[in-house]
Design a protein around this ligand. Structure first.
Ligand SMILES: [Mg+2]
Length: 265
């Protein structure tokens, strides 16, 4: 198009065309957070990575399941708005992961009975295609792990649905008192701290030290999943439930549908 500009103000026109292009790109970037679907990035290569991986680790909230467990539990306990406020502050980077978890749990203070009732009335909603995808990975002899900043009592039913042994789940643990009242969360779990997913992957590497330098791939929607590389070899962003712009921009590989991760010869 620039070849058609022949007048003395050609530079100005080119500049304004570039600005228009930039505005268009900005508008498209903003649309990503609202539309919920974005074009895949290097999906074919991502499928090849999965094919070559020995161990595939999934984030849980907004990846394996459609929602965020802690937000749902908070809503169930009548503390949804208060917790959402802390979540958005935490996402703004004003507090550590551990502080954000502590503040939110002190607002919700879920008892053992609350958790049991929540699970009864609120069965987990698996993301589309994840059941078959996990089945496929296992049929190919790959180890499958769940690594979550959420709580093991909420993730256990998800693992059971997907036939993933509980030994392959890394998540936070809620601690209850003698009468089932909320007491605290276990601060010794790697996933209770910032950078915890990378620590969990390091532990998985140790568990599988018999495999000769296994290839480990992490799949997830969030920045904490992206930060699992290294020690994970690869990260594949997943935007089937929510697209986080920062993750989409930073990820080399990104899909919105698990079907895109089957390797087709
Ligand atoms: Mg997530």
């Amino acid at each position: 198009m620039s070849a058609t500009i022949t007048n003395n103000n050609g530079d100005f026109y080119i500049k304004s065309m570039k600005m228009n292009q930039k505005l268009k790109e900005d508008r498209e970037a903003n649309a990503k957070s609202t539309s919920g679907k974005v074009p895949p990035k290097n999906a074919e290569q991502a499928a090849k990575i999965i094919k070559s991986s020995n161990i595939v680790c999934f984030d849980v909230d907004s990846t394996v399941i459609k929602e965020e467990g802690i937000d749902e539990l908070a809503r169930f306990c009548g503390k949804g708005k208060e917790v959402a406020r802390v979540t958005s502050q935490a996402m703004g980077g004003s507090m550590t992961f551990q502080d954000a978890l502590n503040i939110r749990l002190n607002i919700i203070r879920p008892s053992q009975k609350d958790v049991a009732n929540f699970l009864k009335l609120h069965p987990c909603t698996l993301s589309e295609g994840v059941r078959n995808f996990v089945k496929h990975l296992k049929s190919e002899g790959k180890e499958v792990y769940l690594i979550s900043g959420g709580f093991d009592c909420l993730i256990e039913p998800v693992a059971n649905e997907l036939n993933i042994p509980l030994a392959n789940v890394f998540a936070n643990k809620l601690l209850f008192g003698f009468n089932g009242e909320y007491e605290a969360f276990d601060e010794n779990q790697p996933t209770s701290k910032s950078g915890g997913k990378a620590v969990a992957i390091g532990e998985i590497r140790k568990i599988h030290s018999d495999m000769n330098d296994p290839m480990i791939t992490m799949i997830g929607d969030g920045a904490t999943d992206l930060e699992a590389v290294p020690p994970a070899n690869h990260f594949i962003g997943f935007g089937g439930n929510v697209v986080r712009n920062e993750v989409y921009e930073r990820a080399q590989h990104y899909v919105c549908d698990f079907d895109q991760l089957y390797y087709k010869v």
